[in-house]
Design a protein around this ligand. Structure first.
Ligand SMILES: [Zn+2]
Length: 530
């Protein structure tokens, strides 16, 4: 760009040509407050292009910070379009009016939401206490706009700031209605997680619910998903609260696992161990047989521990709020707690995905919101329906011991079963009933053994590497597991011994941090690579 092209003060501001700007000002000081032929002010052009030096200069020589163009927008509105944080900060410090509305009633917060500038909303709310839940001329809040445009991160932040998700605009549409109209699936999901479930029954002025609107606009999958979500919440359907198969989801599969384990071990004790009593089975076989019974019983104890232990639930925002009793007024207590929650390095770094809109917290690394238990869980591994609990930092060691004890029991009982079959084949008179029990036991035992062995080996290997099932399955989603070249790096892995010790002493382990810098990951070293 040759300097000759910069022939107006607007261009000098847009391109950031400071010398030219000073020259134009010295030639005609009034020019800084004159709009160009399109009606836009030099300060707006500088703000849009994040020209902090030029903005500061214009403010220092008397540019009107609240000058509005033909649409009623000011430099603050324009700065929000590209998320020019340093410019917004300069304008706010100069006392620019952040409540100024354009012709459609938009403040800077609406514009920021329309362009998905989550960091701008965060900065305005936390640093300047700006109301991010104000409505425009059509009754739409920044949350409506973020839902309409499909910015899940912006929705996460606004919901955590207690934006009203039930508020209907002039057309009777809540943010969920707009997300459904535009077919923004992830926006719908975040809104529902944040509490918009009741909104599923709200009707707009044409009498349509979000699900119906999605279907009408051709978003068939989303429409059906929203309708199904509603049915599940109501408890209808086969697996709903009132459904015929509800017991399956209510009690999970844990009782089935108990019945299976008890039946199999009883069969082993009465039909396998003693099946060839007439033959000398040998002391060694007897010792091994009893070790099976003991390992299964011990395993069931650890299954009980896995089911009943706290898997690592992280206190929710509401829990934290109720502890802040020293702050008197309810409103200031809520505001202060939210700000405390949101004042986090994870958000300074723009990792909005760590905001949990259900728990209203910033999740530490390695944690995940469990859909079944509806809580965030530290070092989340997976939800196990057979155990009836999530597996996380608090009970992963119990789970591992349970699986290995049962695996031991199954392997030894399979061997004992084979020895008994062989011994039985060598007797003079083969009892078909005994043989059927032995073979039947062997088949069932080996079948489950294979699945258990796969699980036991996977879990042991993950504990040794200090990585979870969730992290391995979804590592591409987690920035903290990405090395400089984009490959998998585990910053939490140390030596095998340390990793195992860490897993087996959850009470002694601090919660994972909310943020790891790039250099932290570089120092993770080769031990963390897989
Ligand atoms: Zn959560």
């Amino acid at each position: 760009m040759s300097k000759e092209v910069v022939d107006t003060i607007s261009k000098a501001c847009a391109y950031g040509d400071f010398d030219k700007l000073k020259q134009f000002f010295s030639e005609d000081p009034a020019s800084i407050n004159q709009p160009d032929e399109s009606g836009y002010y030099p300060l707006q052009w500088a703000a849009l292009n994040n020209r902090t030096v030029e903005v500061n200069y214009l403010l220092s020589v008397g540019a009107s910070m609240n000058a509005a163009d033909g649409t009623g927008q000011t430099a603050l509105h324009w700065a929000a379009v590209r998320g020019s944080l340093p410019v917004i900060e300069a304008l706010m410090r100069a006392h620019a009016d952040h409540e100024m509305r354009d012709n459609r009633g938009y403040t800077i917060t609406h514009v920021a939401a329309q362009y998905g500038q989550t960091a701008v909303l965060y900065h305005l709310a936390l640093k300047w206490n700006v109301d991010v839940d104000t409505h425009d001329a059509d009754g739409r809040t920044p949350l409506h706009w973020a839902a309409y445009k499909g910015f899940p991160d912006t929705i996460r932040l606004l919901l955590t700031l207690d934006a009203r998700y039930t508020l209907a605009d002039k057309e009777g549409c809540t943010p969920l209605h707009w997300a459904a109209i535009k077919g923004n699936g992830e926006a719908c999901t975040v809104l529902l997680q944040g509490g918009s479930v009741n909104v599923l029954t709200y009707k707009d002025v044409t009498g349509l619910t979000p699900a119906q609107l999605a279907l009408e606009k051709g978003h068939r999958y989303l429409g059906l998903h929203l309708a199904e979500y509603k049915r599940k919440q109501d408890g209808d359907g086969l697996f709903g609260r009132n459904g015929r198969l509800s017991w399956l989801t209510n009690t999970q599969l844990a009782p089935a696992l108990w019945v299976y384990a008890v039946l199999l071990s009883t069969t082993f004790m009465y039909k396998v161990m003693g099946s060839t009593q007439s033959e000398p089975t040998g002391q060694l076989l007897s010792v091994f047989s009893w070790s099976v019974v003991i390992s299964v019983a011990l395993g069931l104890f650890f299954l009980y521990k896995t089911t009943t232990a706290d898997p690592g639930f992280i206190p929710t925002g509401a829990d934290t709020n109720s502890k802040d009793k020293d702050i008197e007024s309810e409103t200031s207590r809520m505001l202060s707690s939210q700000h405390k929650v949101l004042d986090s390095p994870a958000l300074w770094a723009g990792n909005w995905g760590q905001l949990c809109v259900s728990c209203r917290i910033v999740r530490p690394l390695r944690a995940k919101h469990c859909q079944v238990t509806d809580r965030c869980i530290e070092v989340y591994d997976h939800y196990c329906p057979w155990v009836g609990n999530a597996i996380g930092k608090g009970n992963r060691h119990f789970f591992l011991v349970f699986v290995w004890l049962e695996l031991y029991g199954m392997i030894i009982s399979a061997i004992v079963g084979l020895v008994q079959i062989q011994a039985h084949l060598h007797t003079n008179r083969i009892n078909m009933s005994t043989m059927a029990w032995l073979v039947g036991f062997e088949v069932v035992d080996v079948f489950v053994l294979i699945a258990t062995a796969a699980l036991a080996i996977a879990q042991a290997s993950q504990v040794a590497r200090n990585v979870t099932t969730n992290e391995l399955a979804n590592w591409h989603r987690y920035k903290y597991l990405h090395g400089p070249d984009g490959s998998f790096v585990n910053p939490f892995s140390h030596s095998c011994w340390e990793n195992c010790t860490e897993s087996f002493t959850p009470a002694q382990q601090k919660m994972a941090p909310v943020y790891l810098s790039h250099s932290n990951k570089l120092h993770a070293g080769s031990a963390g690579n897989v």
